[in-house]
Design a protein around this ligand. Sequence first.
Ligand SMILES: [Zn+2]
Ligand SMILES: [Zn+2]
Length: 273
Amino acid sequence: MHQYICETCGVQYKESMEVPENCLICEEERQYVNPAGQSWTTLENMKGKSFRNKITLEESGLYSVKTIPDFAIGQTAYLVQQEGFNLLWDCISYLDEETISEITRVGGLDAIALSHPHYYSTQVEWAEVFQVPIYIHEDDREWVMRESEQIVYWSGESLKLYEGITIHRLGGHFKGGAVLEWKGGSNNKGILLTGDIIQVVADREWVSFMYSYPNLIPLPASKVREIASIVADMNFDRIYNAFHRIVKENAHEKVQMSAERYVKALEGRLFET
Ligand SMILES: [Zn+2]
Ligand SMILES: [Zn+2]
């Protein structure tokens, strides 16, 4: 029996005798099946290769955790620390003894929270090793490919995990798509960790919002306006996305400007070509 991992999206499936026939996450219109065909690996198999996780202190109370070389989508997870409460925001597929001891050395984990299904990866492995709950919005339950008693399905619009650390459902990219508001981050100016729910683009002065990033399917103007209005009530000055892209300052204002630009583009008011 193995718990197979899809090599394109990095999501681990429940234990099975045979390799799964297909990956439900990749076959869905927001992702894609590798043109070379669906392929699978396992954590044991990955350990025999050259993968390792690089854990970097980004700033006070914030570490990034990234697999090198890139695996699957290639996202970065973050370890947020606030007064001894340690939260892993989003997750990555690769996990080895070295990573476990390094994370333990910097304080261990108290909880894991996910922005959306593309980063579920091997979240259950991480949760079992550190014996912590995984917070996933109930609207995305259908995308959980490996169920576990560690998973806590939260509902509603916000969930406070610790004083100053709250996850908010914004939807958009996924129905249960969530962001993490960390008021103590960046010297109490606040940090918003967004996964792909709000995307930091190539020009770090701007962000964007999509239903599908690889397949370039936009969100409706009404949804983008709604996201911008929910975020307007949050406290943050900086944004980290899932690919180590950072809007360093004035991110609160930049989200509003970006939402306005996006809606103008959708409605044909931004440019003529
Ligand atoms: Zn997949
Ligand atoms: Zn995504």
